[in-house]
Design a protein around this ligand. Sequence first.
Ligand SMILES: Cc1cc2nc3c(=O)[nH]c(=O)nc-3n(C[C@H](O)[C@H](O)[C@H](O)COP(=O)(O)OP(=O)(O)OC[C@H]3O[C@@H](n4cnc5c(N)ncnc54)[C@H](O)[C@@H]3O)c2cc1C
Length: 401
Amino acid sequence: MPRIAVIGAGAAGCFCTAELRRLLPEAAVDVYEAGPKPLAKVSITGGGRCNLTNSFAGIRSLSEAYPRGERLMKRLLKVFSQEDTCRWFQAAGVPLVLQDDHCVFPRSQDAMDIVRALLRKMDGARLLLRTPVRTILPESPSPSGRIRYLVNETPYDAVVITTGGAPKGLPLLDNLDLEWVPTVPSLFTFTVRDTGLRSLMGLVVEAGVHIPGTGFKAAGPLLITDWGLSGPAVLRLSSYAARHLAENGFESPLCLNWTGRTESEVRTLLQEISDTNSRKQVSNTPPAGLPARLWEFLLGRSGVRPDIRWAELGAKGFNRLVSILTQDAYAIAGKTKFREEFVTAGGVSLSNIDYSTLQCKKWPGLFFAGEVLDIDAITGGFNLQAAWTTGYVAAHAIAAL
Ligand SMILES: Cc1cc2nc3c(=O)[nH]c(=O)nc-3n(C[C@H](O)[C@H](O)[C@H](O)COP(=O)(O)OP(=O)(O)OC[C@H]3O[C@@H](n4cnc5c(N)ncnc54)[C@H](O)[C@@H]3O)c2cc1C
């Protein structure tokens, strides 16, 4: 009877265990969890509603969703896709809903339905709570070439490491001589000191954000907060530029395009407003979609007098408006958490693992799944999808050993 250890009862570990129970009902599966509860993080995902996956309809390429791990995810999603995730949870008794923003949630809007479904499917596995794994020691290979592993001194034929993001590294890998990509935070919001901007707190606009001098850019709803900037556009940029921002102490210039349109489109738009409202004051005729409060603030920043009429604006004033609308410069002065939702970029380097099985190349019988790997995604259910997919692939590879 094979003995399997799963280390970490999070999304990837529990999904892997559920599949192992289905595929190898006679195997002994021990799930080690450092904390007092399994799936503690899943129970609070998506603000307690659990955004468990995404239809992927809103992204043009997989690298948009997975800034790190895109190539691996491309391969593994062919084995276990977002549609497979939906089928799996629905078959496990959790009806789902697809929102207009492409995110998938349980119909009940209760993450505990996901937790309970996974725990039902794991039935028969031994859950060892409050049992952190401190060491994994490979034993010398048997004549067949198989290696057994001592997990906290208990021997196993296969081990799956699903310990999640490790901001401070993972000491339990110390004996295994694996390549590690230094970890940095991802999915955070930006502190901006400009008090004028912060006085607009609560405003949401469709905008573009980019870091000047780099290729890092993102677009989408932008939320002005009492500490700076948040919303999907900022979270995406924090993910794409995670390593760059960490290397620069989370301080960086930031450029905002308040319209989400190109400079020439904005020129045309302003020209149309000017032509049809030539006798009106600029401050009374904001471009469509731009809140009046924001327009007033931007006029102040541009140095254009709010009471000036469009007909009196002149080329210089016109250019200043185009520039402030499309290239408004601020400074990121630090990071803040977004509703405590964050992930870790970096981890076990993908160069250590076989892309088809998630087995460690150096240590046969040792597998990795979930955020412990150097895979992470933007918000929207993509991170949990990576956990389900990698957990599934590792379980099927173990069953095929
Ligand atoms: C507040 C919040 C909300 C989120 N919301 C969403 C969302 O709605 N949709 C989405 O896609 N993603 C979301 N995420 C990201 C998502 O939750 C993670 O990417 C996902 O949980 C990673 O799964 P995992 O199994 O790899 O790691 P985890 O779920 O973190 O599980 C790892 C487990 O391993 C245990 N462990 C660690 N070390 C040891 C050890 N040495 N021995 C034993 N056990 C150990 C930990 O205690 C933990 O239980 C959210 C994240 C946060 C923080």
